[in-house]
Design a protein around this ligand. Structure first.
Ligand code: GLU
Length: 442
C-alpha cells in the first residue's frame, strides 16, 4: 500500500461516520499525490497523518433560555485544525445540520484555503447545531452570549480568531464580541466580521462574493473570455450569494437565479438585488417573497437553480448542493465556468463531470478565499489600530485573488495539467503548510 493509501485507510478507520470530512480528505489526498510521492520527506515527517488530525477538538454544552422561560441545550464546537502558518482562523456556523463531520470538513478545507491567501492564518472552524431560523432577537443574543462564555477560554487574537459562516453574520458576531470583551477585559481583534463601529473592516461583508467573481473573471480571462454579457445562475441568498450577484452585475453579467432552503427564484430580466437585500438583510424573510414583489420572476419550491440555462454557475449555498445530475444538466446547457462560493458545494461526482466536459471549474478553497483573506486584513488593521478605506481593502482583495489564481494555475500546470484548478489549489495550499510543519518539527 502506498503512503497515501495507508493514511487514507487510517483516517477512515479513525473517523467512522464522518462522510463530509472523508470527502474533503479524499479529494486532497488524491490530488496531492504527485507532490507527496516525489519526495519521502512527507512520509518521514508524518505530514499526512498530522495534517488530517486536528490539533484540538473542542465540544461543549451551550445552555440558553427560550422566550417561554424554558432552558434549552445545544452542542458547540471549535476544531483547531492546524496552526503551522498562523493562528487558527475560520468561521462559526449555526445550523441544525452541524455535527462533528461538518465542522471537521470545514476546518480541514480552511487549512488549504487560508494558505492559498498568502496571509499568516492557520485553519479552524466551529459552530453549533442551534437553528437561528424563527428565533427571536433575545433568543439569538442569549445563545450567542452562552456560546461565547465557553468559547472565550479557547480563543484569542494570536491563538484562534473565529468569524461568521452560515447563520452567523454581523449581529451574532456583535453579541459574541461583547461577551468576549466582558469576560476577558480585552479589546482585541479576536473575531472578524465585526461591525464598523468596533473594529470591523470595510469590504469584509462584500469580500467572499466579490472575491469569487474576481477569481472567476481571472479564470475566464485565461481562456480569453469574461463575465460581461454572461448569464449567471447563483444559488443561495446569503452574504456570499448577494455580493457575488452584485459584482457580476457591475461587470456586466446577468444573474437570473437565487435560492434559499425553501425554494428558488428565476427572473429572466435579471435579479433586482435591492429587493433581495430588503427581504434577506432587512426583513430576514424568505426568497419566495421576491416573486410576490417582482412580476417577471417565477418561484419554485422543488428542483434546483441548476436546471436554468446559464453560462456561469456560482453555487453559494452549502455543501453538496450540486450533484452529478445537476452537473450533467449544466453541461448539457453548455455551462462554461463554475466557481464555488460555498464550501464544497459540488459533490465529487459533479466535479468529475465538469472536468470531463472541460468546464472551467474553480474549487471553493481558491474561489471563496476572499472572505477569510479580508478577515486577515481586518486582523492586520486591528493590530495596527488603524482602519483602511473601502478601496484600499477591495484593491488588496483583488490582488490576493489574482495571486491565488496564479498560484493555483501554476501548480496545476506543474503537477497535473493546465486548468486542473482542483489539483492546483490543493497542491499550492498544501505545499506552504507542509513546509512550515516540517520546518517546525512538531
Ligand atoms: N466562513 C468563511 C469561510 O468559509 C470565512 C472565515 C473567516 O473569515 O474567518 O472561509
Amino acid at each position: 500500500m502506498s503512503y497515501i493509501e495507508e493514511v487514507r485507510a487510517a483516517v477512515a478507520a479513525r473517523n467512522a461516520g464522518q462522510p463530509e470530512f472523508m470527502q474533503a480528505v479524499d479529494e486532497v489526498l488524491n490530488t496531492i499525490r504527485p507532490v507527496v510521492e516525489s519526495d519521502d520527506v512527507y512520509k518521514r515527517n508524518a505530514v499526512l497523518e498530522r495534517i488530517t488530525e486536528p490539533d484540538r477538538q473542542i465540544m461543549f454544552r451551550v445552555p440558553w433560555t427560550d422566550d417561554n422561560g424554558n432552558m434549552r441545550v445545544n452542542r458547540g464546537y471549535r476544531i483547531q485544525f492546524n496552526n503551522a502558518i498562523g493562528p487558527y482562523k475560520g468561521g462559526l456556523r449555526l445550523h441544525p445540520s452541524v455535527n462533528l463531520s461538518i465542522i471537521k470538513f470545514l476546518g480541514f478545507e480552511q487549512i488549504f484555503k487560508n494558505s492559498l491567501t498568502g496571509l499568516p492564518i492557520g485553519g479552524g472552524k466551529g459552530g453549533s447545531d442551534f437553528d437561528p431560523k424563527g428565533k427571536s432577537e433575545r433568543e439569538i443574543r442569549d445563545f450567542c452570549h452562552s456560546f461565547m462564555t465557553e468559547l472565550s477560554r479557547h480563543i484569542g487574537a494570536d491563538t484562534d480568531v473565529p468569524a461568521g459562516d452560515i447563520g452567523v453574520g454581523g449581529r451574532e458576531i456583535g453579541y459574541m464580541y461583547g461577551q468576549y470583551k466582558r469576560i476577558k477585559n480585552l479589546y482585541e481583534g479576536v473575531l472578524t466580521g465585526k461591525g464598523l463601529t468596533y473594529g470591523g473592516s470595510l469590504a469584509r461583508t462584500e469580500a467572499t462574493g466579490y472575491g469569487l467573481v474576481y477569481i472567476t473573471e481571472n479564470m475566464l480571462a485565461a481562456a480569453n473570455d469574461g463575465i460581461k454579457g454572461k448569464t449567471v445562475a447563483i444559488s443561495g441568498s446569503g452574504n456570499v450569494a448577494i455580493y457575488a450577484a452584485q459584482k457580476v452585475q457591475t461587470l456586466g453579467g446577468k444573474v437570473v437565479t437565487m435560492s434559499d432552503s425553501n425554494g428558488w427564484i428565476y427572473d429572466p430580466n435579471g435579479i433586482d438585488l435591492a429587493v433581495v437585500k430588503d427581504i434577506k438583510e432587512v426583513k430576514r424573510g424568505r426568497i419566495k417573497e421576491y416573486a410576490d414583489r417582482v412580476k417577471s420572476a417565477e418561484y419554485h419550491d422543488s428542483g434546483k437553480v441548476w436546471q436554468v440555462k446559464c453560462d456561469v454557475a456560482l453555487p453559494c449555498a452549502t455543501q453538496n448542493e450540486l450533484d452529478e445530475n445537476d452537473a450533467h444538466t449544466l453541461v448539457k446547457n453548455k455551462v462554461k465556468a463554475v466557481g464555488e462560493g460555498a464550501n464544497m458545494p459540488s459533490t465529487t461526482e459533479a466535479i468529475n463531470v465538469f472536468q470531463a466536459a472541460n468546464v472551467l471549474f474553480m474549487p471553493a478553497k481558491a474561489a471563496n478565499a476572499g472572505g477569510v483573506a479580508v478577515s486577515a486584513l481586518e486582523m492586520s488593521q486591528n493590530s495596527q489600530r488603524l482602519a483602511w478605506t473601502f478601496d484600499e481593502v477591495d484593491g488588496k482583495l483583488k490582488g490576493i485573488m489574482k495571486g491565488i489564481f496564479d498560484k493555483t494555475a501554476e501548480a496545476a500546470k506543474l503537477y497535473s495539467k493546465p486548468a486542473d484548478y482542483v489539483s492546483g489549489a490543493n497542491i499550492a495550499g498544501f505545499l506552504k503548510v507542509a513546509q512550515a510543519m516540517i520546518a517546525q518539527g512538531v
